[in-house]
Design a protein around this ligand. Structure first.
Ligand code: FE2
Length: 385
């Protein structure tokens, strides 16, 4: 199997060259601020992410803090902030979101220095507003936030927190818990992938280019990402400093139903498919997560028969990687280790990727086939292939 070749794989054959060339950093982003999931039972979801993923209790907002319509638990692990929000009444738009999509990602919040400017610049370039800039304050200072819509019902919130020294956002209090499982070594968000409808990938790639000033890092077509049965296409969009990477997937024609179509059917629309989180010790991380009950996609033992030929020398013990189901891929700059969880809710929608980069900046193209065959095996079990 060939190794990923970014230069070769990068193609601009969708008439977007000029846009990408013109992409400029009018929207400086410091990094991902937080990711918020709307879930049916935030108290129980928080327990899951602490126990299984090694997140720590961080902040809380609910009836006790003056919040009347929702409860939010904020969890942290190194640079990753996860917010789990549940509605307190059926009238809440959050309840509507959950009814339609099940548990899923509503907000991908971006940390900026100027939330007013971020809003003005993106809306001027065609973004649909979610909410106008507003100031929230408490005794610890003020935060300016604003929001725009992206694919499906997902939104980006710009968070300007340079004048705030409180725990998370105004309205939240520190969450002290007596239950504090140790970290699994997850460090930061590497990329977050959106699944969009057939034919919509270019529209959303264009949105990130024109409206947010992102560039197209790499494109995968259905020849790169297909098995005997199913296919997909993907464009990886990145911001100017490379800290934010959003691959956008759409289904491609295949003999059977692609995993992207399965997602769109069960999420009832476009949405975030997976969060890739980085670790600097994937063997430790996956050993911990497996012990704590996280389920991963099965990698057939035969995958490891050819992996050494494909990726050459690596420092990790291949037998150990095999026993944990960790996959390996190499590009010109180094190699990477990666593994994918099964969906983390009953609908086959959102899942996580755990990735350790050892020089490689690509996305594991050499693993696509094995990965998609593994997903197809799961789809077949669900009767959705
Ligand atoms: Fe990924």
């Amino acid at each position: 199997m060939e190794t990923a070749n970014l230069k070769e794989a990068t193609n601009y054959n969708y008439g977007l060259e000029k846009i990408f060339k013109d992409a400029q950093d009018f929207l400086p982003i410091n990094g991902t601020d937080y990711v918020e999931l709307y879930v049916g039972n935030a108290k129980q979801a928080a327990h899951f992410y602490k126990t299984a993923f090694g997140f720590q209790s961080y902040a809380y907002a609910g009836l006790e803090t003056g919040m009347r319509d929702r409860t939010s638990y904020v969890l942290k692990q190194d640079k990753i902030t996860l917010v789990l929000t549940t509605p307190l009444t059926s009238k809440s738009p959050i309840a509507e979101h959950i009814k339609k999509h099940g548990d899923g990602i509503k907000v991908i919040a971006l940390w900026v220095d100027d939330a007013r400017k971020s809003y003005a610049e993106t809306v001027k370039r065609g973004a649909t507003p979610y909410f106008e800039p507003m100031v929230e304050q408490d005794g610890d200072g003020e935060v300016v936030i604003s929001g725009i819509q992206t694919y499906g019902e997902t939104v980006h919130i710009f968070v300007e927190r340079k004048n705030y020294k409180g725990i998370f956002l105004p309205g939240y209090e520190k969450w002290e818990s007596e239950y504090n499982p140790t970290s699994c070594g997850l460090k930061y968000i590497d990329h977050m992938v959106g699944n969009v409808e057939l034919g919509a990938m270019n529209k959303w790639a264009k949105f990130y280019a024109e409206t947010m000033g992102f560039a197209n890092l790499v494109t995968f077509d259905d020849k790169d990402i297909s098995t005997e049965y199913t296919a997909l296409m993907s464009k990886v969009m990145t911001n100017g400093n490379g800290r934010i990477k959003f691959p956008i997937n759409e289904p491609a024609m295949g003999l059977k139903k692609s995993q992207i179509e399965e997602y769109l059917d069960f999420y009832e629309g476009a949405g975030c498919q997976h969060i890739a989180v980085a670790t600097d010790d994937i063997v430790f991380t996956i050993t911990e997560m497996r012990k704590r009950g996280v389920e991963f996609l099965f990698v057939p033992g035969s995958y490891y028969d050819t992996v050494a030929d494909r990726v050459g020398d690596i420092t990790e013990d291949l037998n150990l990687l095999k026993s944990l189901g960790i996959m390996v891929d190499r590009d010109e700059e180094g190699y990477l280790l990666q593994i994918f969880t099964k969906p983390v809710e009953d609908r086959p929608t959102l899942f996580f990727e755990i990735i350790q980069r050892k020089g490689a900046k690509s996305f594991g193209k050499g693993n696509f086939k094995a990965l998609f065959e593994s997903i197809e095996a799961e789809q077949a079990r669900r009767g959705t292939l």
